[in-house]
Design a protein around this ligand. Structure first.
Ligand code: AMP
Ligand code: GLY
Length: 475
């Protein structure tokens, strides 16, 4: 078998899932060079070389790559930070190694203002009403407050406040959830405004879904839709997180969606791609430049945001059921000749276990945390039996989990996910949760309603009501 050296820039379980799918190639003998945030036990085990660069600084990543130029054929990047900071431009220019991710110019995730303006121009129907408030336009907070109040009059206070830059200040705040008065909204606004422009947009009511596609610079190839569970606590309460889990149905779209919704989404992504790429092939747009967060409203499909990278956990729902050799898919993206991408007709469920104070859990539910377990090592021995029993229908991908002195310890972010694969969502869910229960130690916790029949029925029923106009903004 032909040997191929692949760089994986990893952050969390998504990086482990990408590395695993590459390593499973049946066409190539894959040697992985993994750049990681910490000593991820899974990645350490499967890598030919594993290096820790906690801040994922692009110059440090390049320094690792340039000393291995002759061994690395191409690379793939999971997290947004190095993509936004131009890791692809630097490594391709300096070392000539192709990377699968957009170039800095096409990493539109870098600015939510730029995204909203792009959507306004290219897919206006999918864009909510919005206004940008830039610190450079205002000499005092009182002046910005006056303008903001006028805009809130127009929106009937039903507003969402978003910083331009990913995760700046307090992040996204939603009327009714994160603030209930104008003064509270203004506090949230100011916490972001001190760092740069802030968008205040119409609050949309609907069910959310995540759309991703592979792109070879010539065309986009849609991946099956997934549903992320962003909120920390059961019943979609608590703060937004990176995602506590996600599901995918056996086909291309979700139980609460119609085939026509999916088609609208694909068309939106195609229009955005065509607008950015121009008529010719544009190699700046390879990888997953469009991971669009959609919301399905009474007025149709709207865009919440676009990310220029695979979703975590969303890509973990998709990779295990990819039938094609992932190394070949990657090479086709680089060469610009990506054709059909084939998937098993299976459902998948991803569930994360997270550390004691993720999402402020200890603060919210101190009684639910066993203090004696906090900080204890994570024990994965129970997962081995399940792997024997379920084979490829169960997968475990460590994320913010560190190998230290021969043991594994949870760090601050999502620790590890369990993935169930089966013919339908219920089956996949049962397997994923068996996996979750087999992970011991560290006082880790999880949301038990990920992909539950009740949660999914609620989404279907809510969507039905939204479509016939029973659910209004006041909900
Ligand atoms: P974002 O980072 O833009 O995807 O926002 C994070 C979360 O905030 C989304 O998953 C939604 O739940 C919520 N959100 C963002 N924008 C809106 C909006 N315009 N209307 C309602 N909810 C929103
Ligand atoms: N699941 C949310 C994200 O990847 O941004």
């Amino acid at each position: 078998m032909e040997k191929v050296g692949i760089l994986v820039v990893s952050y969390g379980s998504r990086g482990a899932a990408l590395a695993d799918k590459l390593k499973r190639s049946e066409e190539y003998n894959v040697e992985l060079y993994i750049v990681d945030r910490q000593r991820n036990p899974f990645n350490v085990r499967i890598a030919k070389e594993h290096v820790v660069i906690p801040d994922l600084d692009v110059n440090k990543i390049h320094n690792f790559v340039r000393h291995r130029k002759s061994k690395i054929d191409f690379g793939i990047v999971g997290p947004e930070k190095p993509i936004i900071n131009g890791v692809r431009d630097l490594i391709e220019e300096e070392s000539g190694i192709p990377l699968i991710c957009p170039t800095k110019k096409y990493a539109i995730e870098a600015s939510k203002v730029r995204q909203r303006k792009l959507f306004e121009k290219v897919v206006p129907k999918a864009n909510p009403r919005f206004k940008v408030f830039s610190p450079k336009d205002y000499s005092s907070l009182n002046k910005v407050r006056l303008d903001l109040w006028k805009w809130l009059d127009e929106l009937n206070n039903e507003a969402v406040v978003k910083p331009d830059k990913p995760a700046a200040g307090k992040g996204v705040g939603v009327w009714g959830d994160h603030f209930k008065t104008r003064e509270e909204l203004f506090e949230h606004f100011k916490a972001n405004f001190q760092y740069g422009p802030v968008i205040v947009e119409e609050k949309l009511v609907g069910e959310e879904s995540s759309f991703q596609c592979f792109c070879d610079g010539r065309r986009i190839v849609p991946l099956p839709e997934t549903r992320d569970y962003k909120r920390a606590f059961e019943g979609d309460h608590g703060p937004n997180t990176g995602g506590m889990g996600s599901y995918k149905d056996s086909g291309n779209f979700l139980p609460f969606m119609r085939a026509s919704d999916w088609e609208v989404e694909v068309n939106i992504a195609k229009k955005l791609f065509r607008y950015l790429s121009g008529e010719e092939r544009n190699p700046g747009l390879i990888g997953v430049p469009f991971y669009l967060a959609f919301i399905h409203t009474a007025e149709g499909v709207k865009i919440l945001e676009n990310n220029s990278r695979p979703g975590d956990p969303e890509i973990i729902n998709v990779l295990p059921i990819l039938k094609d050799d992932f190394v070949e898919v990657c090479m086709s993206m680089i060469d610009g000749d990506l054709g059909r991408v084939n998937f098993e007709r299976h459902a998948t469920v991803v569930v994360y276990k997270v550390p004691p104070n993720y999402g402020g859990f200890i603060d919210a539910f101190p009684e639910k945390v066993d203090e004696t377990e906090v900080g204890s090592p994570i024990d994965l021995s129970g997962t081995e039996d399940l792997k024997k029993r379920y084979g490829d229908k169960i997968l475990f991908y460590p994320g913010s989990l560190e190998l230290r002195d021969g043991a594994m310890y949870a760090l601050r972010s999502r620790t590890i996910c369990s993935v169930g694969v089966d013919r339908n969502i219920e089956g996949a869910r049962r397997i994923a949760f068996e996996g979750i229960r087999a992970i011991k130690g560290g006082a880790l916790w999880y949301r038990s309603d990920i992909a539950s029949p009740e949660h999914i029925s609620r989404s279907i029923e809510r969507m039905r009501k939204i479509r016939v106009g029973i659910v209004h903004k006041e909900e």
